[in-house]
Design a protein around this ligand. Sequence first.
Ligand code: S3P
Length: 181
Amino acid sequence: MILTLCGFMGTGKSTVGRRLALETGFDFIDLDDYIERKTGRTVREIFSSEGECRFRELERDALREIIKKYAPENHSAGLVLALGGGTVTLPECARLIKEHTRCIYLECSKTTLVSRLAKAGGKRPLLAGKTDRELEEQIGNLMNEREHIYRSCADMTVRTDTENFREVVEQLCGLIRSCGI
Ligand code: S3P
C-alpha cells in the first residue's frame, strides 16, 4: 500500500508525511530527498544546470522506481510518499499516482501559502529571487494551473492552513481508517 501526499509547495507534505508514517508504521520517503540522494545533487542544482524539464523526468523515474519497489508483490511494508509540488504536472506521473497509490491532497489557502513561502521559499527554484509581489503572482499562477490536477489525483483531501500538524495527522488517520486502509 502506497499513500502519496500531493499539494502545493508549503502545504506540509514532508512534515505531515513523516508523522503519518510514524502513526501508521509505514516507511517514509520524500521524493525530493530521494532524487537528491540518487543524483548526488540538490533540486536547486538540477534546476539550474539542466532545467525544469529534466527535473520532471527525474521525478517520473524516481516515482516509477518507488512504485515498483513497494508493489504488494515485492514489498510487505506500506509506504507514505511525500511528492514534490509539481510532480503531478507530468501526465505520466498523475496516471501512476492514480493507478498505483491512494492519494491525499493537502489543501491550503493562497494567503497561508504566500506567508509561509515568503519565509521559506528561498530554497525552491521556482520561487527564488522574487519580490513579495512577484512571489504572490507566481504562487497564484501555479495554483491555478495545478489545483484541478491535485483534485483529480486525490482520494482524500485535508486542509493544512493550521500549523497544528498533529491535528491534521489525527484527521488523516481517521479518514484512512474509514476508507478501510
Ligand atoms: C516544486 C516543488 C518542490 C520541488 C521543486 C519543484 C514545484 O517540492 O520538487 O522545487 O514545482 O512545485 P516541495 O513541494 O516539497 O517544496
